[in-house]
Design a protein around this ligand. Sequence first.
Ligand code: ADP
Ligand code: MG
Length: 218
Amino acid sequence: MIEVRNVSKQVVTTEGTLRILDQINLSVADGETIAIVGPSGSGKSTLLGILAGLDLPSEGTVSLNGKNITAMDEEGRAAVRAKDVGFVFQSFHLLPGLTALENVALPLELNGDAKALETARYYLERVGLDHRTTHYPRQLSGGEQQRVAIARAIAMKPKLILADEPTGNLDSENSQMIADILFKYIKEEKSSLIMVTHDPKLANKAKRKIKIKDGKIV
Ligand code: ADP
Ligand code: MG
């Protein structure tokens, strides 16, 4: 369902051209779980951003369910991202002015779900936060914020979840909870999961491990 073909990324800096990704090839089947590991600065986040259509490669293509997202304009990529891809970040990325419930409901509303609040409530319940619906992000612990972020992602029923160090700011108990929620969703919905992680416990839960060094798969 995901085909990455010869993806490279260069950026021009004051010190010259920097090659962040170098000829990446990757195929991910439906229901597959992948951990991307590798040293800091090796290009992991850049790759996830390109898979999400948040960023474009300098060369190569990314296809999602047969759709070449690298050939789409920003609007097209945004539409695919909203419908097919859930993104979970290390730093949660919740909207500070919205409650937990509103954070989860917002993408549903934008997607035309007439029962967005009801759906959002159901997903907050699924991540064990039914008692935190009216809390603002600053009133929640890190683990709780990440569970809200995951509820927001899975409520859209994405076929692909991309997670960039989802447990990077959490203790082991919260990390375990986050892992359980993510893997339960993937199993139930036969979606795919690609996560970047430094956490060996989390990486070992994935079916496949990919190591990146200096922008290359090694
Ligand atoms: P990782 O997630 O593996 O730590 P990143 O993908 O964030 O690595 O970054 C890889 C390298 O590319 C880093 O050295 C980073 O500083 C550099 N980099 C990323 N994006 C840009 C950019 N837009 N301009 C210049 N350098 C960048
Ligand atoms: Mg990174």
